[in-house]
Write a protein that binds this ligand. Sequence first.
Ligand code: DOR
Ligand code: ZN
Length: 332
Amino acid sequence: MQLQLTSPLDMHLHLRQEGMLQNVAPLSSKSFNGALIMPNTLPPITTKEMLLAYKKEILEATKEDNFTPYMTLFFNSSYDYDFLKSLKNEIVAIKLYPAGITTNSEGGVAAFDIEQLRPTLEAMSKLDIPLCIHGESNGFVMDREAEFIPIYKQLATAFPKLKIIMEHITTAASAKAVLEHKNLYATITLHHLYITLDDLAGGMLQPHLFCKPIAKRPEDREALLNLALNAHPKVMFGSDSAPHPKSAKEAPGCAAGVFTAPIALQALTELFEKHNKLENLQAFVSDNAQKIYKIFPPKKEVVLVKKEYTVPSSYGDVVPFLANQTLHWSIQ
Ligand code: DOR
Ligand code: ZN
């Protein structure tokens, strides 16, 4: 048995820089045709020069494959129309982080004052540049995403022509909210379709499952599965694969991030097969994203075959999701 996917895309990916990028970028380009690249590097991507240099670094590391890095800029409310216009052909979206909410987000937005954000968001809206948001408040960790929903709604209403992508949604409330505004969309990760908080912290603590936003309740996972398995046109796959060295994960002060890139496509296939929804995988991993972002990736066929595959215990110094476990699908 086999399954052919055309131009699979990962619409939320962290590649880091230098040695880490050299290690992980080829693992994405082996499976995926392209990916939306997150800008929370050190320092974050905020200028055209940084963006072009970063894109070059990614293309260099993935040159064995035909991989398209869809670049993003780190949101800053000082960006004006002329600056964004000059970048319009180089970026696919802008990523907004609340200040300090996750890895390298210190320079993010400190207060969600619509009037202060208006000039930049209006310019993005005019230029048709989507806004990707890490939607969490700084409240109680289980409630952070829910507390951010009013801000999503406020932004979606104030800027009706701005496409807003609710990144890595983890709750039933977000799965509902995304359907309530025409201009809201969402990415869903592999790990939030697989795990709940119990897998992370119900037994011995599993640092390689720790990420932001943290995995939630079984009913939340059900709601995400319902959207993803049916490939609802407002959702698309974004792995949020976020590599950290083993030494930063298996440590007090464990870094947030689950590294799924090398096994994402195989594990998604397994999940969709288990739920008898294989026919919807193409839309979830590519077609929906092409329509939402108006991108036209070069055609690449990736064939998955039903053959057992044991996930390696590490890739360099990074431990992957499902390490040492056996999946039933492999990439040909
Ligand atoms: O767990 C996470 N890790 N969540 C994020 O939003 C960022 C990411 C990272 O860059 O490590
Ligand atoms: Zn992320």
